[in-house]
Write a protein of this length. Sequence first.
Length: 207
Amino acid sequence: MIDKLTALDMFAENYRPLSETKKSEFARIVSRLLNSTFLFRGKEGDTNDFYAVIEKKELFSSYLAMLDYELICDEDNALVMIRNVEGRNRVHLNKFDTVVLLILRKLYNVKKVVVLSGEDCIKRELLLIKVKNSEENRPVILETAGIFRAKIIDLGEEAISIEVTGDSQKIDGFIQNVRGYGIIEMCRTGIVALDRGSVNIWSNHED
């Protein structure tokens, strides 16, 4: 993972020469990635965006690095995805981060950011994943789902849809375990978090 100062330099170098049309396209694709966390080349509506990320990988990876996200380009499985390397979805802005926020304000309307430490908050991530179903693979996939305490939400002749909830390590582990059986499609929320007890972001954190 590159440091934020290097990421800012890389981003500026790659972003500055873009036409206004390409800048708008970049903003749209980044927003999609932050909302859905992945693009699948074989999915209708994702194909062009998938290739745009692959073509401008340094541009996207440097921008996302400033937000503490890692860009993962898995071309063998036709996937582009992002992972929050800090294990949180809300961060406290220091002076450097504030400069970055000002530069990128056109893309995001940030109302408030705070630090949520691992000890003081509850964190979860949701994965919905569809894996190829066959007589040979089915018992192993179902056993793996049981080990990870996942839920089978749809079982068809050609595909099994599974719901997995937990921390990022658990989600990553499940994806790795079923990757060899053929991932058809998946949707990953990214981490959501709440303070423990009655504390909340609006009334109990210092600005």
